[in-house]
Design a protein around this ligand. Sequence first.
Ligand SMILES: Cc1ncc(COP(=O)(O)O)c(C=O)c1O
Length: 410
Amino acid sequence: MSVTDAVHTRAHTDLAERARRVLPGGATHASRTYDPRIYVARSSGSRKWLIDGTELIDYTMGHGALLLGHAHPAVVAAVREQVSRGTHYGAAHPLEVEWAEQIVSLVPSAEKVRFTASGTEAVMLALRVARAATGRDRIVKLQDHFHGWSDAVSPYLDAEGNTRTPVGVPDALGLLTTVVRTDDPAGLEAELARGDVAAVIMEPSGAHYGQLPLARSFIAAARSACTATGTVLVFDEVVTGFRISPGGMQAVLEITPDISVLGKVMAGGLPSGAVAGQSDLLELLGTTIAHPGTFNANPLSAVAGIATLRLVADGSPQRTAEAYAMSLAGEWTAELTSAGIPGTIRRLSSILHIFLGDPEAQARIANAMRAEGVDILNTSAFCSSVHTIADLEQTVAAFARAIVAASTPE
Ligand SMILES: Cc1ncc(COP(=O)(O)O)c(C=O)c1O
């Protein structure tokens, strides 16, 4: 059955109806609100299957967490073994030590590690540490950069350049978070020169994992200005950590932040986040900052993370995923050209970003791809180390049809 038919079966529409009754907006995540909704029952490797068995090639890949693909045998075996030994000890355990040692050995900024339950929490904790270390309150973030959904990182600039906060976040919090444009390194330096900024936080890949690239010179200038002004530089590597290279984006850039925020790949598809940084900063968590968290270093996440980090430590899964993404980007670009549809494909390592010239086509591309049996995350595709030549051929054919469908007014 095609995906288009599958989502209109009774089983799918009934689930969507039940969801609307009990889940706000019928959904559980801001990126999963599209209609028609798909309901997935199972996943393996590069594929996932809807509740009626219809198969999709997946490029959401656990919102970027699954560099090794769905249900990787090493991760499944580790989780299966651990689950029968207990899922929560309410005490320290050897796994958290081994997991932290792996992170310290791979990530340049990581001298010490504190685990959290998500990337959002890790961002909150990194800012808490920076504020405690500096005795300053102000945070600087970059326009369009995403750091999860916590209040401190939610302010943004409107079209007139005024700081705004989203609904539910007090305007007063906008006074503590200054948003700087990425084409304005002098603006960043001027903010830091005031001497009252605790931390600069940024996605070192550029906003949305490389969708809007960031000049290395901007990042290097930020590094220098942070050092000169005693400001803590925080790299949010929730997506890029372990995916772009074993040491993340910072290893590629050869620029080391004071603190890195990690998530996603570090736990092989199970929930976790971490703050990994300089010993003197992180040790505040061992002295003055109290940081609880029921699911910090949860044993199930730990074993999935350990199994994953063992496999990605030598960089070979990253290289395989990147080579696949490179081929796919070339094929997709050729399809755009031959169809005469304006657009470009941007690639950061194993992540592709689709840009179609027509904004309406851009808004329709994910649904059009899903209708063709390929699931992407908004306008981005996360490639894994287990996507195959067959996946590539099918994905190229699906893209060729989807760009025409997305470009055709409804
Ligand atoms: C760059 C970045 N930082 C932080 C987060 C938040 O992580 P989590 O969804 O685990 O809370 C995300 C989530 O996609 C992210 O892309």
